[in-house]
Design a protein around this ligand. Structure first.
Ligand code: NAD
Length: 262
């Protein structure tokens, strides 16, 4: 029960890394509010947590909408109490290069990945102040640590999430609010498996295509015999959410099977 007494708001908790985070946080004693666009999938996660004896609920949230974030924080406070952990997981991408990328694609990726994270921090901080502190875990990407990953908008948005995390960490340190960024590598989720409606994949990029799976394995040097899972990242988030990391702030932590070493 490493998160006993914590109240977590988890964006993108219906799928992939956010889902693994929500389930693990609840198993470790946190009450979890899932904020996501995908209602049926999020309800499944809530059911899974509640059947296992945990506490969870769902609020519909489009992370691009600052007002919706404020409502999500209010809903969390009404149901469980002030937010003490914020997991910013919601993310999107169009897997295109410079030639194919449109201005609309650029804007969508920046809106979800960067503004969505900013909106979450902005909404959660007043709630965390009421609780006497908190921990914000922003999911960036190994694309922020080395050039090129995921196309221009994605790499830019994730690099900016690292900068935003450092800025917010210093700004809110006086309130005992910690802000850190995690940089996952190649994680086997619907995001890169082609089944995610908010992120476009084609057969050329989808890891359901064995050639793509193999290509990504070549870019992950650690010999674990598989790409990373959502749980691999959630365990890092668990450390950052818990009091074990009570002096860790402004950090950028790669959890990437060594992919940024290449
Ligand atoms: N999978 C990877 O290889 C990988 C690697 C590095 C970083 N990441 C990052 O990890 C995070 C989670 O990705 P994942 O792999 O779990 O993907 P996923 O597609 O499985 O989950 C993303 C979730 O975000 C939600 N979402 C998307 N847009 C939203 C919006 N506007 N408002 C609210 N919710 C929204 C989706 O509904 C979905 O539930 C993303 O920020 C992604 O960029 C993923």
């Amino acid at each position: 029960m490493r998160l006993a007494g914590k109240i977590a708001l988890v964006s993108g908790g219906a799928s992939g890394i956010g889902r693994a985070e929500a389930v693990l946080f609840a198993a470790e004693g946190a009450a979890v509010m899932i904020g996501d666009l995908q209602e049926p999938q999020a309800s499944e996660v809530v059911d899974e947590i509640v059947s296992a004896g945990g506490r969870a609920s769902f609020v519909k949230l489009d992370v691009r909408d600052a007002m919706a974030w404020e409502e999500a924080v209010s809903a969390t406070e009404s149901e469980f109490g002030p937010v003490t952990v914020l997991g910013n997981n919601a993310g999107t991408n169009f897997r295109v290069g410079w030639e194919e990328q449109t201005v609309e694609m650029w804007q969508t990726v920046l809106d979800v990945n960067l503004s969505g994270t900013y909106n979450g921090i902005r909404a959660a901080v007043p709630s965390m102040r009421k609780a006497g502190g908190g921990s914000i875990i922003n999911i960036a990407s190994s694309a922020a640590l080395k050039q090129g990953g995921g196309g221009p908008a994605y790499a830019t948005s994730k690099t900016a999430v690292v900068g935003l995390s450092r800025n917010a960490a210093l700004a809110h340190a006086g309130d005992n609010i910690r802000v850190n960024a995690l940089c996952p590598g190649h994680v086997d989720t619907p995001f890169i498996r082609g089944s995610q409606p908010h992120s476009e994949n084609t057969w050329d990029t989808d890891i359901a295509n064995p050639d793509n799976y193999a290509r990504r394995m070549e870019r992950q040097p650690l010999a674990i015999g598989r790409l990373q899972s959502g749980e691999d990242i959630a365990y890092g988030a668990l450390f950052l959410a818990s009091d074990e990391s009570s002096t860790v702030t402004g950090a950028t932590i790669a959890i990437d099977g060594g992919s940024t070493l290449l």
